[in-house]
Design a protein around this ligand. Structure first.
Ligand code: ADP
Length: 583
């Protein structure tokens, strides 16, 4: 036997993948590309990547002067703006960790997160002065609170605060980004806590840079130096989907909207800055649509937008594409995945299919980007087929997926090396993911799953409905049945019966909702997702008319609906007729 030979090592430079290299690249090779910000102060601020890097270096120097050590956490409570960009690079560039905190959470939750992360300093926009006054006594380990403003705009506060511009002014910006270990931590984000206490995802420099490459790919957001990108998704939520990293990688012009995220403010900024591309959750796009319809205006430069964070209703997708000429890229991901996982874009062959088939594909959450792998598994943990019919728990893995939660005391969440997402999905033969529910939101009727998201999508396709949630409601016969809780568009009329009838023929019979309740508004989480837990609590005692009838007729054990009135062999999702979903 011959002795095993050592592998032949390659002879390429071992250059670490660092977040600082993104801004250094933009400053050196796209130095004059712009970052435009609508400031909290009310005006428009405009500067270049070159200036952004210079000030990020001043911030790094200022934090080092304050005694911040590599590995320590520096938090932000801020809107999308240029000073927040500087924190993304100034904090991480010398090895500290940029911890973006969601200011829309309850103060107690924020205090819990700041204490759990053990943040040393907190940089905050002056809009959050009162919040900081409430937080400071609860966060004794924070060494200082830094107001993101100059002396003239320093807010009157109980808490002693430092002033950002004053700290920067005494630094010369002569600073070389140190060569760090690419596996060291760069950013920390907590999940919004829709599933219990917030949990921290601690990204590495390597994962952030790889994710930025992935976000840029042509079948991803397809960023380029010719784009002007307005991220509506906040920089305090999953790093604004990685846009602050991907934009400098490409030299993309960035337009940062600050705190005004209403339809009119966004529209005006998009038009004024020639925005070509945007990204945000469906709620924001709903606001923008409402404004544009009422004002009778169209986009002159916007050509595409990424919609994710919650399912994008097909009716919204159609309206943006057909009425406004904007391509909607439906995307799925989560905090634990940095967050990008899948995006819906057609390949060459799919683009030759009949229009209805193309549209049905684009309404799904799409195909994974290189780097991420996914599978669906059944209750027994076995992988399920990609037939577009089998529902299962969605598991993922990849270099920008967490291995464990930050400071998680017990165990790792991984199952056989895969991260269980908590989502329930189908995957079709095209490899397109279709999220049907959060596992905790699934409606189990007579032992079978009904997709609440599919039913919500149909409800909002009704011309009189602005928003809808579908929740499980107790039923003596089927255990749970779907209840639609809907908000009407202003001035629009529709009765309970009319809305129920609207579902006829669009789903299999046993998926038809049992009841509709109209409300003035639906509860949302701090990140714009429907708060179904709250709704389920509110409607816990709601009595479905069908439940009354069933209780009178046959108070019996739950039946197995599989034997009852179900189109055998057809996937539930396939019964949702995309053609009927037009507004
Ligand atoms: P949190 O879990 O704290 O609410 P995330 O923003 O990380 O915060 O949420 C991730 C979850 O959001 C996913 O697991 C999924 O349930 C949901 N989600 C994200 N994008 C989509 C989408 N396009 N369609 C349906 N659900 C989505």
């Amino acid at each position: 036997m011959t002795a095993p030979t050592a592998p032949l090592l390659g002879q390429m430079m071992d250059v670490p993948l660092l977040v600082s290299s993104l801004i250094a690249h933009a400053a050196r090779h796209h130095g004059s590309a712009q970052i435009v910000s609508r400031r909290i102060e009310g005006d428009i601020h405009r500067y270049t990547y070159r200036e952004c890097e210079a000030r990020s270096k001043q911030l790094a120097q200022a934090l080092i002067a304050l005694g911040v050590e590599p590995g320590e956490r520096v938090a932000t409570l801020a809107w999308n703006g240029y000073r927040h960009m500087e924190a993304y690079f100034g904090v991480t560039g010398f090895g500290a960790v940029c911890h973006t905190v969601n200011p829309r959470l309850f103060p107690e939750q924020i205090a819990w997160i700041v204490n759990h992360a053990d943040d040393r300093y907190v940089l905050f926009d002056t809009t959050f002065a009162a919040l900081v006054d409430a937080l400071a006594p609860q966060c004794p380990r924070v060494r200082g609170w830094i107001a993101l403003c100059d002396e003239a705009h320093r807010p009157a506060m109980r808490t002693p605060v430092l002033c950002y511009e004053t700290l920067l002014a005494v630094q010369d910006g002569v600073f070389d980004w140190p060569l760090l270990d690419e596996r060291s931590a760069s950013n920390l984000c907590y999940t919004s806590g829709t599933t219990g206490n917030p949990k921290g995802a601690l990204y590495t420099h390597r994962s952030s840079v790889l994710h930025a490459y992935a976000a840029s790919l042509p079948d991803s957001i397809a960023l380029s130096a010719r784009d002007a990108l307005l991220p509506v998704v906040p920089m305090f939520h999953v790093n604004a989907w990685g846009i602050p990293h991907a934009a400098p990688l490409n030299g993309t012009k960035l337009v940062l909207p600050g705190k005004d995220l209403d339809g009119q403010s966004l529209y005006e900024l998009m038009e004024a800055e020639g925005v070509t591309c945007s990204a945000g959750v469906p709620t924001v796009w709903l606001g923008l649509l409402t404004y544009m319809r009422e004002a009778g205006v169209k986009f002159s430069t916007l050509n595409r937008t990424v919609i994710g964070g919650s399912a994008c209703p097909p009716a919204m997708l159609r309206t943006y594409e057909d009425d406004y000429g904007v391509q909607v890229i439906h995307a799925w991901g989560m905090t634990e995945m940095s967050p990008l996982g899948t995006l819906a874009k057609l390949n060459w062959e799919q683009a030759q299919r009949p229009l209805a088939e193309q549209r049905a594909l684009l309404e799904k959450q799409g195909r994974v980007i290189f780097g991420v792998d996914m599978k669906i598994v059944g209750d027994d943990g076995r992988e399920l087929p990609w037939d577009g019919v089998a529902f299962g728990d969605l598991h993922v893995r990849g270099p920008w997926v967490i291995d464990r939660y930050y400071r998680q005391e017990a165990g790792t969440p991984l199952i056989d090396g895969w991260f269980p997402t908590g989502d329930v999905a189908t995957i079709d033969p095209d490899g397109f993911l279709h999220i049907t529910d959060r596992s905790k939101d699934v409606i189990k009727s007579g032992g079978e799953w009904i997709s609440s998201i599919d039913l919500e999508n149909i409800a909002v396709a009704h011309p009189a409905i602005a928003e809808a949630a579908c929740i499980a409601c107790a039923h003596p016969r089927w255990t749970e049945r779907p209840l639609i809780v809907a908000v009407k568009k202003p001035g629009a009329q529709v009765s309970r019966e009319e809305l129920l009838a609207f579902f006829d023929g669009k789903v299999v019979k046993w998926w038809l909702p049992d009841d509709v309740v109209f409300v003035d508004e639906l509860p949302h989480t701090a990140t714009g997702k429907l708060q179904k837990l709250k709704l389920r609590e509110r409607f816990r005692d709601h009595v479905l008319p069908t439940a009354l009838a069933a209780a009178e007729q046959c108070p019996m054990e739950p039946l197995d609906l599989r034997t009852n009135d179900r189109d055998e062999g057809a996937g539930a999702a396939d019964h949702v007729k995309s053609a009927a979903l037009r507004d």
